[in-house]
Write a protein that binds this ligand. Structure first.
Ligand code: FAD
Length: 235
């Protein structure tokens, strides 16, 4: 891990209400899909406090830029970064974190809600680019279609070893896929071989905690096979 100064190079919408911010990738900045970094903005907040947040890298190690994707909540950090001109230099510190595939993980599942998709986007992009020999199933819960980040890209990342199941609590008209909240029945009905998989859960803390409890309890995911990442600041 290390400190770097990098230029903000681009920003784009990832869905209604979410944005991806992209930066130069410093020479030698190596990371694994699922890791996070700290982003420190050059402008002080109230009382000149530095504005620092940590974000999962939604970019993949196979890409020549770094990026994070976030829900635009109107917070001071997010208003400030959105107001920066492209080319502005920010400080980053990373990579950090262990929400990553290990060598013994040949069969995995990701269950994510909302912005918890960011490590999954990185992992699916990487797995596609390197043709990784790992079987990945994703259960991606969103409120509605408009709020689903990376929708078009996820279509292109599906493959024989990469299945993405979308779940909407407010499904679009004519939707005949999964609906409602992710519960034990939905988990069991979508993927029959849960017991053989390592299971990653990411998203808002409340959702992550209740899913982890349900997976360890009702579904029976074995201890040591459950890996969680909570994104504080979201309810
Ligand atoms: C490992 C990791 C990876 C993350 N990856 C992402 C990501 O990919 N995308 C993304 O959008 N967000 C991610 N987050 C969350 C991110 O760091 C912010 O907390 C989140 O985006 C909310 O920021 P905000 O500026 O909208 O809200 P803020 O104004 O910062 O916070 C909103 C409310 O939450 C409270 N809060 C903030 N941080 C904490 C905390 N650490 N503990 C308890 N309460 C807190 C604040 O006090 C405030 O009341 C990640 C967090 C972690 C730990």
């Amino acid at each position: 891990m290390s400190l770097h100064q990098v230029r903000l190079t681009a920003r784009r919408n990832a869905s209604a209400g979410t944005k991806t911010f992209a930066f130069e990738r410093p020479e030698g900045f190596a990371y694994l899909p699922g890791q996070f970094f700290y982003v420190s903005l050059p402008l002080g907040g109230a009382g000149d406090k530095p504005l620092i947040h940590h974000f999962t890298l939604s970019s993949s190690p196979t890409e020549d830029f770094l990026a994070f994707t976030t829900r635009m909540t109107g917070s001071e950090f997010k208003m400030t970064i959105d107001a920066l001109d492209d080319g502005t230099v920010v400080n980053i510190d990373g990579p950090h974190g262990g929400f990553v595939l290990r060598q013994n993980m040949h069969s995995v599942a990701y269950i994510c809600g909302g912005i918890g998709i960011t490590p999954v986007r990185s992992t699916l992009r990487w797995a596609t680019d390197v043709d990784a020999q790992v079987d990945i199933v994703v259960l991606y819960a969103s409120h509605d279609l408009a709020g689903e980040a990376f929708r078009d890209e996820l279509d292109s990342l599906r493959g024989p070893r990469r299945k993405v199941i979308e779940v909407f609590s407010e499904p679009p008209e004519g939707w005949n896929g999964a609906t409602g909240h992710v519960d034990a029945d939905l988990v069991r009905s979508c993927v029959s071989d849960w017991h053989g998989r390592f299971v990653f859960v990411s998203g808002p803390p409340g959702m992550v905690r209740s899913l982890a409890e349900m997976l360890a309890g009702d579904v029976g995911v074995r201890p040591g096979r459950l890996i969680v990442e909570e994104f504080p600041g979201y309810s």
